[in-house]
Structures are given as C-alpha cells and as structure tokens.
Design a binder for this molecule. Structure first.
Ligand code: HEM
Length: 195
C-alpha cells in the first residue's frame, strides 16, 4: 500500500492547491478568468475530497496501527490530514450551498481566510508525509521557527480548545440568527402592506 499512498496523495494536494489558487483569483480579480475560477471551483473541490478520502484510507494501510500511534510524526501527519479534510469539507459545503454568494461582499474575505488556512494545513500534512518517507523539506524548519518541532506531538493548550469551542458556538449563533432574520424584500413588502 505504500506505493499506492505515495501515488494517491498527489490528488488532494494538487486539487487543494488548485482550489486555493482559484479562490484567490475568484476573490481578488474581475473578468473572464475570475468568472471561470468561481464557476469551476465546486467540481475541483469535490474531486479533492474524493482524492483525500482515497489518500486517508490508503494512508492507514501503509503501517500497522501500533507504529502509527507510537510515532509522534505519524500522529501529527494523521491529525493534520484529518484537519485538512475537515476544513476543506466545510469550504466545499459552503461553496455548494451558497454558490456565487460566497464571493460577494465581505464574505469573499472569509472564504480567502479559510482557503489560506486549508492551504497551510495540507502543506503541513504533505511535509510531514515527506518526513515519514525520509524526504524532509525546508518547510518544517519554518514550522520549527514558528515554535513547533515536528518530531514532537502537536500540542494545543486546553485554553485554546476552549476558545475554539466558543468561536464555533459564536459562529453557529451568528449563522442561525442571520438565517431566522426576515429577508429585506419581505420587510419592504410588509411595510407596503401596512401603509
Ligand atoms: C489528506 C491526506 C494525506 C495526505 C495529503 C498525505 C500525504 C503524504 C505524503 C506527501 C507522503 C510522502 C510520500 C512521498 O514522499 O512520496 C506521505 C507518506 C506517508 N503517509 Fe500520508 N497523507 C495523508 C494521509 C495519511 C494518513 C491518514 C495516514 C495514516 C497513518 C498516512 C500515513 C503515511 C505514511 C505511513 C507515510 C510514509 C510512507 C513511507 O513509509 O514511505 N497518510 N503522506
């Protein structure tokens, strides 16, 4: 399965890199190219998810469980691959449900932020995979300079987890209240009916 994993990982990495580029082009530029980037984004995102699932399934078949759980590098690689999958699934659902609206007004910057975060996550996943396969890159030196030695288990302080849960609940509340708020045309319609 090692060879298969090495081959299949190119699909999520390639498609996620392309999707990041398409989101940047679609968000910051106008014209035909930006229009094509926005229209073709969803198929690219769906292909990347299929590729990621194939990479993850074959990844688990490379080494025995005991080896994966024993090695901090492998644990970090699994964690980052699952985080990448989670974040890119969220981006895919957003683009699927909201379509062109994800690129309108201030929402585009939210999408750009998520895409850059997703880009960093899959880059870290790939670089950790390179370490596991005996081909480290300079990118992990950058992570080291930022305070994370990739040979040690990634650690997130408990207070940070609490902040993330609070941010998540806040976002859910904002989303629900915006969803329940009547749309502008309905309010105008009501005013017209009253008068
Ligand atoms: C989005 C998901 C994933 C991506 C993008 C990814 C990426 C990579 C990359 C780029 C490599 C280096 C391949 C090479 O140098 O040719 C690699 C190796 C490896 N990956 Fe993953 N991976 C993913 C998920 C997983 C998962 C879930 C596991 C589960 C344990 C895993 C286990 C491994 C192992 C053990 C190696 C080293 C193989 C060897 O001995 O050469 N990967 N991965």
């Amino acid at each position: 399965m090692t060879g298969l994993h090495h081959m299949l990982v190119h699909f999520p990495v390639g498609f996620w890199a392309l999707a990041t580029l398409m989101i940047l082009v679609g968000a910051v530029s106008q014209g035909r190219l930006a229009e094509i980037a926005r229209t073709a984004l969803l198929p690219v995102l769906i292909l990347s998810l299929i590729g990621a699932l194939a990479a993850i399934v074959t990844g688990f078949l490379v080494w025995p469980w005991q080896a994966n759980l024993y090695s901090p590098l492998a644990r970090n690689h699994i964690l980052m691959s699952l985080w990448s999958l989670g974040l890119w699934t969220l981006i895919t659902v957003l683009v699927w449900r909201a379509g062109e609206a994800t690129f309108q007004h201030i929402r585009r910057w939210g999408l750009v932020f998520l895409a850059l975060l997703g880009g960093a996550l899959f880059a870290i996943t790939g670089t950790l995979g390179g370490h596991l396969a005996g081909a480290p890159t300079a990118f992990s030196r950058l992570l080291g300079a930022l305070g994370w030695n990739v040979y040690t288990t990634f650690y997130m302080p408990t207070w940070m987890l609490a902040v993330m849960v609070l941010v998540g609940l806040g976002c859910a509340w904002l989303g629900l209240s915006a969803y329940r708020r009547p749309r502008l045309p309905a309010r105008i319609k009501n005013r017209v009916t009253i008068s």
